[in-house]
Design a protein around this ligand. Structure first.
Ligand code: HEM
Length: 406
């Protein structure tokens, strides 16, 4: 039989771990009380390592929209190692891009964007801060502003980047193209590096031309499928332009229906359906949910353009919906944000709109359009990518207005 001393030792050995456990539990509760676990937005279950990457699919704007129907307009995902929120309503978009714009206007540092932007020396992928502010000011004032629009000058006149980069500079003024302007500013201010110049040019060619050409193709596609809208747009442009050779920038202000067509196209087919990813810099709360710093922010502009609560028959292409509506696409109305909003809104927005309107107006003015013999329907599939194009290019027969088939 055990002696009383051994029994006491046994009891002590039993009691000490139990007390230790209770103590640790209490400590944890106290710690949790002091800094409670963040209340994250709802979202689908994640897998080890990849998180929710497998749920993005080929066309993430579609997959994320589907997921948002189940988990709500503010969703939390884990993209590999990166935590992310996905915004799928105009209300939450306003919260992020207006109320918490400053806290959420950084860009994540991604391998792909670093490669595309000369080590983030550009405007689109550079982190928020003084250098971004400086580069953006140059874009707004010197390149695409009304003061000296060297972007439009370059579009009209062409111009080869590499030939320019180390050339001496002579011209300054109205006729200066983008590369000349940037090289002059490099010399005058001493702030711009060659990498900055190449990054900005890359932004302009990728962010500027790819988006605009995608929009023109989608607009023509929708008009071909909606012949009534096509007729109205053509009648308008032909009445306004009369007998002139082509539509010019100054004519655009008189083309009201055409402007609705472009808005409606941007609603259904925003060229960058998930905008450009942002990243939070500070903690903030939306609808009681915590959004921690260093969280990626994905805004589903494509889904928001199809929200039932904002749009009647959202799947329908109907330019007339803008007839009695003051909604614009310049970042004030969060139902329609093809150019984003807030501090990071597209600095080429006005030019982008003008380029699309001008190209479309000229296509409608100069030609009538029909599908090639034998084709009946237009395939509406999309290509995957940051900018979404038609999967099969639109193929049409052009008939010179008042003339012969081209
Ligand atoms: C149809 C035409 C265009 C569309 C739909 C478009 C769309 C966008 C979008 C969605 C963003 C991200 C906004 C955000 O993060 O909130 C953006 C940013 C940007 N866009 Fe555009 N864009 C167009 C034309 C242009 C043009 C013509 C240029 C220049 C010539 C341009 C240059 C840029 C730049 C530099 C940024 C980065 C701004 C920053 O991060 O501060 N874009 N654009």
């Amino acid at each position: 039989m055990d002696s009383p001393i051994t029994l006491q030792v046994y009891l002590l050995l039993l009691i000490i771990p139990v007390l230790l456990l209770l103590f640790l539990k209490k400590q944890r509760k106290e710690a949790e009380k002091q800094s409670p676990k963040p209340k994250l937005p709802p979202g689908p279950r994640k897998l080890p390592l990849i998180g929710n990457l497998h749920q993005l699919g080929n066309l993430p704007h579609h997959s994320l929209w589907q997921l948002s129907q189940k988990y709500g307009p503010l969703m939390y995902l884990q993209l590999g190692q990166a935590p992310a929120i996905v915004v799928s309503s105009s209300e939450i978009a306003r919260e992020v891009m207006r109320t918490h714009d400053l806290a959420s206007c950084n860009r994540p540092s991604l391998f792909s964007s670093t490669k595309l932007s000369y080590g983030c020396s550009d405007v689109a992928f550079i982190s928020y801060g003084d250098q971004w502010r400086e580069l953006r000011k140059i874009c707004m004032v010197e390149l695409f502003g009304t003061k000296n629009n060297s972007y439009l000058h370059s579009l009209r006149g062409g111009g080869v980047i590499n030939d320019h980069l180390h050339q001496s500079m002579h011209s300054h003024g109205q006729d200066e193209d983008i590369v000349h302007t940037l090289l002059r500013l490099k010399k005058e201010t001493g702030h711009l590096t060659d990498e900055n110049i190449k990054g900005i040019l890359m932004n302009i060619f990728v962010a500027g031309s790819d988006t605009s050409s995608a929009s023109v193709e989608w607009a023509m596609t929708e008009l071909m499928r909606n012949q009534q809208a096509m007729k109205k747009a053509q009648d308008e442009v032909r009445n306004v332009i009369g007998r002139k050779e082509k539509v010019e920038e100054s004519d655009l202000q008189h083309l009201q229906y055409l402007k609705w067509v472009v808005k409606e196209t941007m609603r259904l087919h925003p060229p960058a359906p998930l905008l450009v990813d942002r990243e939070t810099m500070q903690h903030f709360k939306i609808n009681g949910y915590d959004i921690p710093p260093k969280t990626r922010v994905i805004i589903n502009a494509w889904g928001i353009g199809r929200e039932d609560s904002s749009w009647e028959n959202p799947q329908e292409f109907n330019p007339e919906r803008f007839m009695d509506s003051s909604i614009d696409m310049k970042g004030h109305d969060f139902q329609l944000i093809p150019f984003g909003a807030g501090r990071r809104i597209c600095p080429g927005m006005n030019l982008g709109i003008q380029t699309v309107e001008l190209a479309l107006a000229n296509l409608l003015y100069s030609f009538d359009w029909r599908l090639p013999d034998g084709s009946q329907d237009i395939n509406m599939d999309e290509t995957p990518g940051v900018t979404v194009h038609k999967k099969s290019p639109l193929c049409l027969v052009a008939i010179k207005y008042g003339g012969i088939e081209a």
